[in-house]
Design a protein around this ligand. Structure first.
Ligand code: M6R
Length: 612
């Protein structure tokens, strides 16, 4: 949602903070700000991106070895100067940055107003800043204690860092529901929403836990307490991430780089787990829960957005090869629907960021009913990874582009491995079929590589359709979720309206949309319901729709009917989503670039959605 970064140490803070904000900009980019403390606490902030902030501070004093900075995705109040962070308290003695939502900010604000506080913004954050100041003055306590007491009064989610104009040697950081990492350098400290701004300075980090508050003091050890005042021992971990993973590496956009990383990210997701020669699959992270899965009355998959689409592929996989019933739920609906959850249920929560608020809430609900919760996350140490009983990381590497690409294929890879492992344990496939599938899965990265080579055709199609207003994506079976994902990718980065549908559903409504202007993307690979999809293509052609078809190499039937075809290598039906998704990602990418859209930071979106 928002990005937080803070620094305390011997170096100048501003360059470290601004560099950190650039790394976190994928989390939100409608305003940015920084607070720096030298002889005075200065706050500089502006509407717009981090580059606008850099321009804004060109002629001002940016010295100081302690500071906090923020890039925002608006929740309370429009993106403007007043609502940008950091927020000063009324006396201007305290400045605060915040990621999350204080749900009870309205009564708190009212109460503070009756006590004489005036507010400059519409934000919940300014309310929290003044609440802390009010407690500090009236209860005559330290800033740390005032923050602790204030956090006991707020309902909602927060990751905050607080700086005091009268104390150039301390920062206070706390979290609940929104992530916060503290980097521990040789003689300095870094705080950030994720590890990306920290990695170039130190590999030693402490992930703050729920309701923990940290006192970060110059030349002193890190101190952590819970907001209920219980001392905690900081647990220092080593980061495994590399700096090169955070750079564009010669690509024009992160999204394109991440699309092209898929042969290696899929291979990384399989590494050490798929043993074709030995004829087995091993998933160390969930080994203690395998029998629970085998005995589960059903699997419930909870997720949002692209991760939900991966979950749908999971449904086909588990039911098809492991014969376990699966329900796939939007986490946001599940959490409020009073769902029936049994102790014998296994819930799989899928999330790239591991911070999605709805998915986290769905996990807590299922946990409270006694279900077993497994996670599939990309971000190591994220809230969802820690809230689940066990899980497997996707190991796709950092995904910076807001539109998810390599995380999706990594999630599908992991679900495929899980389903295969269940099939192995339950004996739902013959040994020879099982081994055949493992060998084919091993070849998927090289087939993805081959699929990536279709650029010329995709660019030609993008050129042809970049100005249309609507797109339809149709697929059946394993290719239905691929259609949904293709449509989501197009709409989120190009702002063209796109719908994904099961191909057979077309005749129950969407067929009314078909005319000679309407491009219809069919995922028409040669397995499963191929013949039925061919009939659906004919229905579109009969109404003069323009057909773009993703087909299996060597296909002649669909080639004879479609206006454009993109070939992907032959593979088993259950692996097709891993290949068919690739040209759809590229089509969206090229259309968005041709339309002049900001591919990596599409309007109104943020990488992780840590609010409801
Ligand atoms: O981090 P998560 O996987 O939990 O995020 C879920 C969705 O917000 C995310 O997939 C979103 O739909 C992406 N923008 C899709 O590209």
């Amino acid at each position: 949602m928002c990005g937080i970064v803070a620094y305390l140490g011997p170096k100048q803070a501003y360059p470290i903070l601004i560099n950190g904000l650039r790394r976190l900009e994928y989390r939100g980019y409608d305003s940015a700000g920084v607070a720096l403390l030298n002889s005075k606490l200065n706050v500089y902030k502006t509407k717009g991106k981090v580059a606008d902030l850099e321009e804004f501070v060109r002629d001002v004093d940016i010295s100081g070895t302690i500071g906090i900075a923020h890039t925002r995705w608006a929740t309370h109040g429009e993106p403007n100067y007043a609502n940008a962070h950091p927020h000063f308290s009324q006396s201007k003695n305290i400045a605060l940055i915040h990621n999350g939502i204080i749900e009870n900010y309205a009564p708190l604000r009212k109460e503070l107003e009756t006590r004489g506080y005036k507010f400059e913004s519409n934000t919940d954050t300014e309310v929290l800043t003044n609440l802390i100041e009010d407690i500090k003055i009236n209860e005559n306590v330290s800033l740390f204690e005032a923050v602790r007491i204030a956090l006991n009064q707020v309902i909602g989610a927060y990751a905050i860092v607080v700086i005091d104009a009268n104390d150039p040697n301390s920062l206070i950081a706390a979290r609940k529901g929104s992530p916060l990492v503290i980097g521990i350098g040789k003689d300095d400290y870094f705080v950030a929403s994720d590890a990306t701004p920290i990695i170039e300075h130190t590999k030693n980090v402490v992930y703050l836990d729920e309701e923990e508050i940290a006192l970060i003091k110059r030349d002193s050890d890190l101190k952590i307490k819970t907001i209920r005042n219980k001392e905690k021992t900081p647990y220092i971990q080593a980061l495994e991430m590399n700096l090169s993973a955070l750079e564009k590496g010669g690509f024009e956009h992160f999204m394109l780089k991440e699309i092209y990383e898929q042969p290696s990210s899929i291979r990384d997701s399989m590494r050490g787990r798929l043993h074709a020669e030995a004829g087995s699959v091993s998933l160390g992270g969930i080994i203690d829960y395998e029998q629970k899965m085998v005995n589960a009355s059903r699997i419930i998959i909870v997720a949002c957005g692209t991760s939900w689409h991966a979950g749908l592929v999971g449904e086909y996989l588990f039911e098809d090869i492991a014969r376990i019933p699966v329900e796939v739920e939007y986490a946001s609906e599940f959490r409020y629907r009073n769902p029936v959850i049994y102790e014998s249920d296994v819930v799989i929560a899928i999330s790239q960021s591991g911070e999605t608020a709805d998915t986290l809430a769905a996990i807590e609900l299922a946990k409270s009913k006694g279900a077993t919760i497994l996670g599939i996350c990309n971000v190591v140490g994220s809230s969802i990874a820690r809230a689940t009983h066990a899980g497997s990381y996707t190991h796709a590497g950092p995904e910076i582009g807001v539109a998810s690409t390599k995380a999706f294929t990594a999630q599908v890879t992991l679900l495929t491995l899980m389903a295969l492992r269940m099939a192995q344990l339950k004996g739902t496939l013959t040994k020879s079929r099982f081994i055949q599938l493992l060998h084919e899965m091993e070849r998927i990265p090289e087939k993805v590589q081959k699929t990536l080579e279709v650029s010329k055709k995709v660019i030609e199609i993008a050129e042809q359709f970049k100005d249309v207003r609507n797109f339809l994506y149709l697929g059946r079976g394993y290719n239905f979720p691929v259609a949904l994902e293709g449509a989501l990718k197009l709409k989120e980065i190009s702002y063209i309206h796109a719908e994904g549908y099961p191909a057979a559903e077309m005749k129950h409504g969407p067929i009314a949309l078909i005319d000679e202007e309407m491009p219809v993307v069919f995922i028409a690979t040669n397995k499963g319901t191929y013949d039925k999809v061919v009939s659906n293509i004919q229905e579109v052609k009969a109404r003069k729709g323009k057909v773009i078809a993703i087909v299996t190499e060597g296909d002649v039937t669909v080639r004879g009917m479609a206006d454009y075809v993109i070939e992907i290598p032959e593979t088993e039906e259950m692996f097709v989503p891993l290949l068919a998704t690739i040209p759809l990602q590229k089509l969206s990418y090229h259309i968005a670039v041709m339309r002049g859209c900001n591919v990596d930071q599409p309007r109104n979106l943020a990488k992780s959605v840590t609010v409801e």
